[in-house]
Design a protein around this ligand. Structure first.
Ligand SMILES: O=C([O-])C(=O)C[C@H](O)[C@@H](O)C(=O)[O-]
Ligand SMILES: [Mg+2]
Length: 419
């Protein structure tokens, strides 16, 4: 079965003003939808970033992959790798760690690999989880992903989530998300306020939700010294502390001095980072993300390696739509080493999606693995057309939380470390 054509469609959807170490989310989040069509008339779906630099490369890869065998991952990977020179794609927000050629290749390859797995599943009449080794769980637990946030975008009315700028607001937001989705663990995106304030928010969450595992992720905005001090203050409160400081060496210095495991989606972002991180003892938990770890099969291989070396796994997420949620769910359902609830931004998309409703739902904070063949989700073509029109009109071409924040607060600096 060969690839006859590939459609690449950028989309934009509304995003609330979520605060992070880089600034604040713009009113529109971007993604790219990839549809691979075979000579036998089967279609597979993939989803990836929407930033213009990346989109241009995904379009070039789509051209180059025409005619490939949909079972030929290695040949497709080599073709994509052949398109990437030394000029790597760098995120303007810097929240997913360093850029490299390997990471750029993996990011471009990922949506095509997912789409081909969707096709292979449809051809075999089996869900993708079965192509990844079969399910070890029927539903994948996700965490309530809390953000400090403004009540609405500047000049716009308050959104349905309201403001969360202090411990009370954070607890209220947790109640809202847990009430709607039933999440059984909680992650707070930190790096926004001085660490003492974020520690207070964690204490308030612990009091309000005594049985929920908690995590805090300041996206490497603390120095090593601050991370050690704050990590010790948080003793007994966190299941893990995510990326308190920058780099493998810094993380290793912190890991040696704090009581809880450190997690990362910033200092270990490609396979070449694993050996030095393991040698240094820098991390106890890796947040994989198939969007930048080269798709589902490569992510599963990394998971096996991590398990061998005693590294636990969770999953990282950026603003995304249902194709990504389906892919994440199949992968986590087939991966025994994913022992922590995964991150998802789904609640913040508030029902906006490019997939038809029904296949994906949350039950007690977990997404049951879709039953249908392949990813088990169908593209909603009307929604895709509307979101593509939004992309054309919205004016955002690359996610840039820092410039947006500076348009509101010109004194804002995204420097690391800040505290
Ligand atoms: O765990 C993380 O570092 C992230 O999820 C990075 C994201 O970009 C998040 O900070 C966001 O959406 O603002
Ligand atoms: Mg993180």
């Amino acid at each position: 079965m060969r690839i006859r054509e590939i459609h690449v469609t950028p989309v934009a959807f509304r995003d609330p003003p979520l605060l992070n170490a880089a600034g604040v989310h713009e009113p529109w989040a971007l993604r790219t939808v990839v549809e691979v069509v075979t000579d036998e008339g089967l279609t597979g779906l993939g989803e990836t970033y929407g930033d213009l630099d990346h989109l241009v490369r995904v379009r070039a890869a789509a051209e180059a992959l025409r005619g490939h065998d949909v079972y030929g991952d290695n040949a497709m990977y080599a073709t994509v790798a052949g398109l990437v020179g030394a000029d790597v794609v760098t995120d303007l927000h810097g929240l997913t760690g360093t850029s490299s050629r390997a990471k750029t290749v993996d990011r471009i390859f990922s949506p095509f690999e997912v789409a081909c797995l969707d096709i292979r599943g449809k051809a075999a009449g089996r869900p993708v989880v079965d192509l990844l080794g079969g399910r070890v769980r029927d539903a994948v637990p996700y965490s309530a992903y809390l953000f400090y946030k403004w009540g609405g975008h500047p000049g716009a009315p308050e959104d349905g989530f309201g403001a969360a700028l202090d411990p009370e607001g954070v607890v209220e937001q947790a109640r809202l998300l847990i009430g709607r989705y039933g999440f059984g663990s909680i992650k707070l995106k930190g790096g926004v306020f001085p660490p003492e304030q974020e520690v207070e928010a964690i204490r308030a969450l612990r009091e309000a939700f005594p049985g929920h595992p908690l995590r805090l992720d300041p996206n490497a905005v603390w120095s090593v010294e601050t991370s050690i001090r704050v990590g010790r203050e948080l003793d007994g409160l966190l299941e893990y502390l995510e990326d308190p400081t920058e780099g493998i060496e810094g993380m290793a210095r912190v890991a040696a001095e704090v009581p809880m495991p450190l997690a990362t989606n910033m200092c270990v972002v490609t396979p070449e980072h694993l050996p030095p991180a393991l040698r240094a003892g820098a991390i106890g938990v890796l947040l994989t993300d198939h969007h930048y770890w080269g798709g589902l099969v490569r992510s599963a291989h990394i998971a096996t390696l991590c398990a061998t070396f005693g590294i636990a796994l969770s999953m990282h997420s950026n603003s995304h739509l249902g194709i990504s949620l389906a892919a994440m769910t199949h992968l986590a359902a087939a991966t025994p080493a994913v022992t922590h609830a995964c991150d998802t931004h789904t609640p913040w998309q508030d029902g906006q999606d490019v997939v038809a409703p029904g296949a994906l739902r949350f039950v007690d904070g977990a997404v049951p693995v879709p039953d249908g063949p392949g990813l088990g989700v169908e593209l909603d073509r009307d929604a895709l057309a509307i979101m593509n029109e939004q992309y054309e009109k919205c004016g955002v071409r690359s996610r840039d939380d820092t410039t947006y924040m500076r348009s509101v607060d010109p004194s804002f600096s995204a420097r690391r470390p800040r505290w």
